[in-house]
Ligand binder design. Sequence first.
Ligand code: AMP
Ligand code: ZN
Length: 112
Amino acid sequence: MNDCLFCKIIAGEIPSNKVYEDDLCYAFYDINPLAPTHFLVIPKVHLASAAEVTEETAPVVGHIYAVIAKLAKELGIAEGYRVVTNVGALAGQTVHHLHFHVLSGKELGSFN
Ligand code: AMP
Ligand code: ZN
């Protein structure tokens, strides 16, 4: 997608603080962290949100969760972290490229 901020980050056209990259996904620290550790994991394929995931594209989501588990161990947050993906303006989605927030390092409180 030409005008997508996160596609530009994947392409290296906009700088980011990279955590991890492979053929399917890219991880980088959030520019406005909401917890001591806050990074985003995004698929390299452009999907606007989790609402666009299909049976065809679902494997990349599973892969992203495996990457998150690996990164959590490497970054020392495996004891507790939260994975969040916002869908749509009502949920607070501001960037329309599927992304998984990974938050840790403070008491996150209950979420219900
Ligand atoms: P959401 O509100 O769920 O769409 O989350 C978008 C996230 O992207 C926010 O937490 C922003 O702080 C983050 N963000 C926006 N621009 C950048 C950027 N250039 N580099 C890193 N994170 C960004
Ligand atoms: Zn994109």
